[in-house]
Design a protein around this ligand. Structure first.
Ligand code: ZN
Length: 648
């Protein structure tokens, strides 16, 4: 009975203590939405609070002095913030606010207008800087009396959001709209630790509580809408229509509206799939749906459970609004399909679709804090992307002369990083130089998790992710929660490996530093102190070889490793080394010359930072110019991937 009670305690979902009821009207000409939002919030902690912080992300685009604009330099994934004219900017303005039905507008302040925001218990570590002054990405409601544990409060907000020209995942292009981070959203209260509410940073994403959402969206009659949640009703007026969506257990709500959308539909198990795409992209529908289904299957295998909602929308934004592409929201993501002419061997569009869908697991349901622990959503999800892509397609780049998968790309990216950071940092704590954020949040976890999979075997490895998902879905898991699961399912060494991956620069680098194969020379000198007869015809024994191999552990982990030797007659020999004492010498005789010595031939240690030193070949290789070409092309592709993977 007790055991059963404990199981129920662990697996039952927390009751939703948060409800959003939003009603907005889109004005396509003004590029604005306006309306009302009613938030009902319950204090489920055992600590009282006298403030309610609201995220107003759109104000990150309201001028070129916001924290987002200052940190990004007005650039995001190759797009520029449009600062030439006012209509390029965006904002979210609150014009009226009631608390439990009474006017409380005088209790509302933008963070930049408060004299001592540090005293509010809303921030984390040393985030506050002088730059906060013009930043309005947080609004604070001060309560006249503290809200005690268990108590609820209702905020009714009248607001207006002006979209920027598509930039950093949201905005408009002509009559197209991508509604991301468009409404005032309450922060996450963590009891004694205070409110977890960060400014809108360039290098970070979002964090919010699971809620029930009802969103009524009024648009011109000829508009087509895609949104988070399920369509509950549709009513029409003279020139407009109102679509009402509702859903439980999501922590954000996004939508798109355009009068040019075409929509393809399909099914995967219990899930209805929607694909709004621009005219001209008809030829991409099949590829996009295939990628989406590959993602649904791949993540179900990785996490042990099917995507649970009954609807999923993949938005394929028009090319001119590519800044809206490659972004995740619950039940709706945006892909990026640059052209129907993209060769089938270039699966970058598929990779983006798989990745963004995957965030519905690593962010959507496993709602870790994206501000503080980017590796928990981006790193685990980049591993999931490579896993699902390999499972369905084998390669991301698939040409006769070049085949690469997501693990190759991650290894090259991580191997190229020489900076001082490690993944276990808040997004804005990474040095802006040297590609640390993308290589450490995305690439390093990907290739280390592949290494862990190789070390543990697939079954044990999947047990980690299955347990993690079962235990923490629809919650806010922390790094220690995940490390705890690794330890309990795979043991101390696995936990130590993941912890050092996160919080140190420890690396794996095995090398073969010497490989010599010599024909055994004839015996010369004294035998029993008497000169031995010299056979002048037989200068060397052509049938016997003395071989020496020196291997080194240039990394920080001391794990056992295998060494494979290939001989000219086609035979092979294997050795194992415990990886300790820095280096080791292997000596053996053979009847055929050694051709090649390879350390870790099966690439168990996929995260080995240098594969160049993993083998020595004792005879000239053919096709070296082809190899150089392949390396050059792969580096070029990696560059493209690095650019496109920034914050996707
Ligand atoms: Zn991502």
């Amino acid at each position: 009975m007790k055991k059963l009670f404990l199981i129920l305690l662990v697996t039952s979902l927390p009751a939703l203590a948060l409800d959003y009821n939003i009603s907005i009207t889109l004005n396509p000409k003004e590029k604005k939405i306006s309306g009302t939002e009613t938030i009902t919030w319950q204090n489920t902690t055992d600590t009282a609070t006298d403030v309610l912080p609201l995220h107003l992300y759109m104000n990150g685009f309201s001028n070129n002095r916001s924290v987002f604009a200052m940190e990004s330099g007005g650039k995001h994934r190759g797009n520029r913030m449009d600062v030439k004219e006012v209509k390029g900017f965006g904002y979210c303005k609150i014009s009226a606010l009631q608390l439990n039905g009474e006017d409380a507008m005088s209790a509302f302040h933008y963070i930049s207008d408060l004299p001592n925001p540090e005293s509010l218990g809303v921030f984390w570590k040393d985030e506050i800087s002088k730059r906060i002054r013009p930043d309005r990405t947080i609004g604070i409601v001060r309560l006249s009396k503290p809200l005690a544990p268990g108590e609820s409060i209702t905020l009714k907000i009248t607001f207006e959001t002006k979209f920027p020209r598509v930039f950093a995942r949201t905005g408009y292009w002509k009559s197209f709209f991508m509604g991301g981070q468009w409404f005032p959203k309450i922060a996450v209260f963590q009891g004694e630790k205070g409110w977890n509410c960060h400014l809108f940073h360039y290098r970070s994403e979002f964090f919010a509580d699971f809620a029930h959402y009802t969103v009524a969206l009024t648009v011109p009659k000829n508009y087509v809408v895609g949104a988070t949640g399920y369509l509950k009703s549709e009513t029409t007026a003279e020139n407009t229509k109102t679509l009402t969506f509702a859903v439980d257990n999501v922590h954000d709500f996004a939508w798109t509206a355009w009068d040019h959308w075409k929509v393809a539909t399909d099914n995967w198990k219990h899930v209805k799939l929607y694909l709004p795409y621009p005219p001209g992209h008809e030829g991409t529908v099949q590829r996009q749906m295939e990628a989406l289904k590959a993602a649904l299957s791949g993540y179900a295998e990785l996490c042990g459970e099917d995507y649970p909602y009954k609807k999923f929308t993949l938005v394929d934004p028009p090319m001119q609004a590519s800044g809206a592409g490659g972004m995740e929201y619950p039940m709706l993501v945006t892909g990026m399909f640059p052209s129907p002419l993209t060769p089938v061997g270039v699966r970058i569009p598929e990779t983006v679709i798989v990745h963004e869908f995957g965030h519905n697991y690593f962010y959507g349901m496993l709602a870790s804090n994206e501000f503080e622990n980017a590796w928990m959503d981006e790193g685990m999800n980049s591993f999931g992307t490579a896993y699902a892509m390999e499972r369905h397609y084998k390669y991301d780049l698939d040409f006769p002369f070049l085949k690469m998968d997501g693990f190759d790309e991650a290894r090259i990216g991580y191997g190229s990083y020489k900076g001082p950071d490690f993944p276990g940092k808040a997004a804005w704590e990474f040095s802006p130089a040297g590609g640390g954020y993308s290589n450490l949040s995305y690439n390093k976890p990907t290739i280390y998790f592949r290494t862990l999979e190789n070390m543990l075997g697939k079954e044990k490895f999947l047990q980690i992710f299955h347990t993690y998902f079962a235990k923490y879905k629809f919650r806010h898991p922390t790094p220690e929660n995940f490390l705890g699961v690794v330890k309990e399912t795979a043991g101390d060494q696995a936990e130590d490996f993941v912890r050092r991956m996160l919080y140190t620069r420890d690396k794996i680098d095995y090398a073969v530093t010497k490989a010599v194969s010599r024909q055994t020379p004839p015996f010369l000198g004294l035998k029993n102190f008497k000169a031995a007869p010299v056979d002048k015809k037989k200068t060397k024994d052509k049938k016997n070889f003395q071989n020496t191999i020196i291997v080194e552990n240039r990394g920080d982990f001391q794990y056992p490793v295998s060494i494979e030797v290939r001989l000219k007659d086609g035979s092979t020999k294997s050795f194992t080394w415990d990886g300790k004492n820095g280096w080791h010498r292997f000596e053996f005789d053979s009847t055929s010359a050694m051709k090649m010595a390879i350390i870790d031939p099966k690439r168990v240690y996929a995260c080995d930072v240098s594969l160049k030193n993993n083998a020595i070949t004792l005879e000239p290789q053919t096709g070296s110019s082809m190899t150089k070409l392949a390396i050059f092309v792969s580096q070029l592709v990696q560059l493209v991937f690095n650019i496109s993977s920034l914050s996707i």
